[in-house]
Write a protein that binds this ligand. Structure first.
Ligand code: PEP
Ligand code: MN
Length: 263
């Protein structure tokens, strides 16, 4: 049982606390950074709605090698343009230890994705640097395995870890991409001081189910939400079906404000 302690992330707009005793932190943006116009437009819209961080993948862990793999370093430059424009903090995924140095120049928070939750070499590397780490739960990982992955980062010297539930392997893929395990919220609260985030976008796989699960996550006590938003989901290069339009995201943010924890 730890004391609630925050992960504080400095952004151009000021420090943001991921903590039980602070407002909900909303992270929003597209699955992948596609071009400058879409990332800057999305950043403006999610900032106006109350998000504190912009997400967007530069290096994408795609199931098929023939799917869009992300624009890499040039996408990091586009995230920097969006950061400059809006003051939002940037969170983006690191897949390869070789990219850590360049990614660290652009990211305010480094994401370790579900598929790399037990990539111990990667965990040790992000543990040996200063940027906070957003550690997604592996798609078939137990809570113990997830917490031990966080320990790898902390044991290497970095105490700033945020745990993100993004849905675990489901046997009912016909209806949902994953099973979003909201029961981890009270369980983690009893086991660790680390802040908790919920990703209802990957958790369900369908935009129409995202609002209900976002609200449920707040009711259950999450500290943060990660939500995929795309200006034109039908044309998205990845994860379009689960991405909210900016207009739908606006409405969701208004709906979230009445659940409890102020946004
Ligand atoms: C993502 O955030 O776009 C992503 C690939 O997430 P996950 O690792 O949870 O699948
Ligand atoms: Mn995605």
């Amino acid at each position: 049982h730890g004391e609630a302690s925050d992960v504080i992330v400095n952004t151009p707009n000021g420090p943001v606390h991921f903590c039980e005793h602070h407002p909900l932190v909303v992270i929003a943006g597209p699955c992948s950074v596609e071009n400058e116009e879409m990332i800057v437009e999305t950043a403006r819209r999610v900032k106006a709605a109350g998000a504190k961080f912009l997400r967007g993948g530069a290096y994408k862990p795609r199931t098929s090698p023939y799917s869009f793999q992300g624009h890499g370093e040039s996408a990091l430059e586009l995230l920097a343009a969006a950061r400059e424009e809006t003051g939002l903090g940037i969170i983006t995924e690191l897949m390869d230890t070789a990219d850590l140095e360049v990614l660290g120049e652009f990211a305010d928070i480094i994401q370790v994705g579900a598929r790399n939750m037990q990539n111990f070499a990667l965990l040790k590397k992000v543990g040996a640097q200063d940027k906070p780490v957003f550690l997604k739960r592996g798609m078939s990982s137990t809570i113990e395995e997830w917490l031990m992955a966080a320990e790898y980062i902390m044991a290497a010297g970095n105490p700033n870890v945020i745990l993100c539930e993004r849905g675990i392997r489901t046997y009912d893929r016909q209806y949902c991409r994953n099973t979003l395990d909201l029961s981890v919220i009270p369980v983690l609260r009893s086991l660790t001081h680390l802040p908790i985030a919920i990703d209802p976008s990957h958790g369900t796989g369908w935009a129409e189910y995202v609002p209900a699960m976002a609200k449920a996550a707040i009711a259950a006590g999450t500290d943060s939400l990660m939500i995929e938003v795309h200006p034109n989901p039908q044309k998205a290069l990845s994860d379009g079906p689960q991405s909210l339009t900016p207009d739908r995201f606006d409405r969701l943010m208004e709906e979230l404000a009445v659940i409890g924890k102020a946004v």
